[in-house]
Design a protein around this ligand. Structure first.
Ligand SMILES: Nc1nc2c(ncn2[C@@H]2O[C@H](COP(=O)(O)OP(=O)(O)OP(=O)(O)O)[C@@H](O)[C@H]2O)c(=O)[nH]1
Length: 658
């Protein structure tokens, strides 16, 4: 079970028979949900009986929504790992997080071991489910590192999409065996033959190798299980060799500390073993070992080729270094090759709505990062928003999912500042500095800052669309400063419903704002999009500050490209004008670059009617009251600062994309 949840089983009588009541709660709010639940079955199969030739480690890879989690459900049912649903409803068993269920997306790769009888033998099939969205590509590459093969799923009605291509190449580069599968053949709009030709043209896959299935109805899924056993190579490794366990993921359990997911490459690991991390050189004793079936099921050991979990008293998440090799104390081994660490692409400040809530928020962030190791955390303080944290994410969906998890699982109320990408500042003396917070961005117009140039991160973007949307998309790329635009036909021979793939170099900062939304609307939802890091490029950028009553508000500062500074300045100032409540005095709202004001709006003063209580003539008294009011406002303006409630920040930052 994921570290944030735990089950407490109470023995009760159900319909006169002994049963269990499952009490599910989070660490914070112990909301109680009751359901009748069978006790976890102890695994009747002996793990020792699974030698590498009877093990297959595989992953399901696909573009978002092509049916990975649905196929995972069917495989778990077919192998008897979970009970078959008679309701026909898809349970998406491996999508355990609330955010995954609500949004219908997978954000966290999960592992499940299944046992399947094929011919005369029992096979141990280890499935590692992967997320589809580009923001979670790191989870995909991490999962692939523990597998020898992958099921490449393509929706038979939508065809090859941008991420189908990136995950295919990712798996191919690792030398993995790929089983091509066309899914959703039950849909009336599906065109399996045409899409098979498309897969041949794009991936060089022979159409006769492609399996045709409906993960929803279960049609053809049995053949997938057979192909996994027949086509994917068995893992290598001997039990007698020194232990090498590859750590590919970790979870946090409040009672047992860090739980590491490992794939045993050689040797074996069992309870009581003394192990050492190649990365930290720390020594541990294994206190628990088992497989995910799909929940934790303790076993006596994990042998070569097997994938499972171990608990060994690691207290800090940082101790479970993803990509690490664990070995037995006293034995010398060469560490296995790790994989590329996650690289934060988007940064944002997260602040509590109530300043006093910061310690609680920081603790929640730290706990949540235990289950999402790709997030980077640093403390940050802002004069407007108080103490907070600056977090680095893999993309804006990742950022949004993290915020939602903070709210769902930790009951936190937060303000998230607008996302920024990491800029590179090159100084005259050759020094380089990466800045991911606009407040630290130097005033490039000021020669005393000795900045030689500023560079911004760029990505190689690829988009797949039906041909008729090509013009719209080309224009969109130009508007977002796209360069090196190229396109080619995806289908062999242009013709009916041809689709094209457009590639170009785009600044990452353009993608984190509204690019994706516009791509969807301009292509009527038909475009699919993927990108990969393409380094840094010199750019004409500047810091835009926002001043209220002449004072800059640090949390609102942004970095803009000079070609867009006027439009952006005007747009933001207008929004600020809408969200800031009227004050007792007139407030100028300005956008400025250096000392130059780019845009301005004036928030009119709230006019209290000080003469309301005066009846009849008394003209002189009325004038006196109005004079007094004017004078006190002048004083306030001089001394007072603008009341900017947290809600205004919230509105501002959450509406910035519109
Ligand atoms: N008609 C039909 N619908 C399917 C089939 N397989 C999956 N779906 C539907 O397609 C949608 C997406 O399926 P998921 O299994 O969540 O897709 P996924 O690839 O896991 O999505 P991510 O985890 O977000 O990448 C769901 O509404 C499924 O019910 C199928 O064979 N036929």
């Amino acid at each position: 079970m994921q570290g944030l949840w735990w089950n407490t089983c109470l023995r009760i009588l159900v319909n006169g028979k002994p049963g269990y009541k499952c009490v599910v709660g989070t660490r914070r709010c112990f909301s109680v949900k009751t359901s009748v639940w069978a006790p976890p079955k102890a695994l009747s199969v002996d793990m020792e009986s699974f030698t590498p030739d009877t093990i297959r480690n595989f992953s399901i890879i696909a573009h978002i929504d092509h049916g990975k989690s649905t196929l995972a459900d069917r495989l778990l049912e077919l192998t008897g790992t979970i009970a078959k649903k008679t309701s026909g409803k898809n349970e998406q068993v491996l999508d355990k997080l609330k955010v995954e269920r609500e949004r219908g997306i997978t954000v966290k790769a999960q592992t499940a071991s299944m046992i399947h009888k094929y011919g005369e033998s029992n096979f141990l099939l280890n499935l590692i489910d992967t997320p589809g969205h580009v923001d979670f590509a790191w989870e995909v590459s991490r999962s692939l590192a523990a597998c020898q093969g992958a099921v490449l799923l393509v929706d038979a009605s939508q065809g090859v999409q941008a991420q189908s291509i990136s995950v295919f190449h990712n798996a191919r580069e690792r030398g993995m065996k790929i089983i091509p599968v066309l899914n959703k053949i039950d849909l009336p709009a599906s065109e399996p033959e045409r899409i098979a030709e498309q897969m041949k043209a794009t991936f060089g896959i022979d159409p006769s190798e492609i399996l045709h299935i409906s993960a929803k109805t279960g049609k053809g899924v049995e053949a997938v299980l057979e192909a996994i056993i027949d086509r994917i190579p068995a893992p290598q490794g001997a039990k007698e060799d020194p232990l090498k366990a590859f750590l590919f993921d970790s979870l946090y359990d409040r009672y047992r500390g860090v739980i590491s997911l490992v794939s045993v490459q050689q040797g074996s690991i069992r309870k009581g073993d003394k192990i050492v991390s190649c990365h930290t050189r720390k020594r541990y004793e294994v206190t628990d070992v088992g497989i995910m079936h799909p929940e934790e099921v303790p076993t006596h050991c994990l042998n070569p080729g097997q994938v499972g979990y171990i608990a060994c008293g690691m207290k800090q998440s940082a101790e479970a270094h993803v990509g690490d090799t664990l070995h037995r104390a006293g034995e010398k081994v060469d560490p296995l090759e790790g994989f590329k660490p996650a690289k934060a692409m988007v940064f944002a400040g997260i602040f509590p709505i109530e300043n006093s809530e910061f310690p609680k928020l920081e603790e929640s962030i730290n706990r949540l990062t235990l289950t999402d190791r790709s997030v980077t955390v640093q403390r940050e303080s802002s004069s407007a928003l108080g103490q907070g944290c600056r977090l680095g994410f893999l993309g804006t969906l990742h950022m949004d999912v993290f915020r939602q998890r903070l709210e769902d699982e930790y009951d936190a109320s937060v303000i998230v500042t607008s996302p920024t990408v990491p800029y590179k500042i090159i100084f005259m003396d050759g020094r380089e500095k990466v800045v991911s917070n606009p407040t630290e961005f130097p005033e490039v117009t000021d020669s005393s800052t000795r900045v030689r140039e500023v560079q911004e991160p760029v990505v190689k973007a690829s988009m797949i669309v039906p041909e008729e949307y090509m013009g719209e998309l080309m224009e969109l790329c130009f508007q977002h400063r796209g360069e090196n635009l190229e396109h080619r036909y995806l289908d062999a021979g242009a013709g009916r419903a041809s689709r094209i793939i457009i590639t170009c170099i785009l600044p990452l900062s353009e993608i984190v704002t509204d690019f994706f939304d516009q791509l969807k609307s301009r292509s009527s939802g038909f475009a699919s999009f993927d990108y990969e890091d393409a380094g840094y490029k010199k750019s004409d950028l500047a810091k835009m500050s926002f001043l209220l009553n002449g004072k800059p508000v640090d949390a609102l500062a942004i970095i803009v490209h000079r070609s867009k500074q006027d439009a952006t300045g005007r747009q933001w100032v207008k929004k600020l004008h809408q969200v800031i409540p009227k004050q007792l005095f007139e407030v100028p709202i300005q956008a400025a670059i250096g000392r130059k004001v780019i845009a301005r709006e004036t928030l009119k003063a709230l006019r209290a009617d000080v003469t309301a209580g005066l009846y009849g003539g008394h003209y002189e008294r009325k004038m006196k009251h109005l004079e007094n009011q004017k004078e006190s406002k002048r004083k306030m303006k001089k001394m007072g600062s603008v009341e900017l409630p947290q809600e205004a920040f919230f509105d501002m930052l959450s509406t910035k994309k519109s």
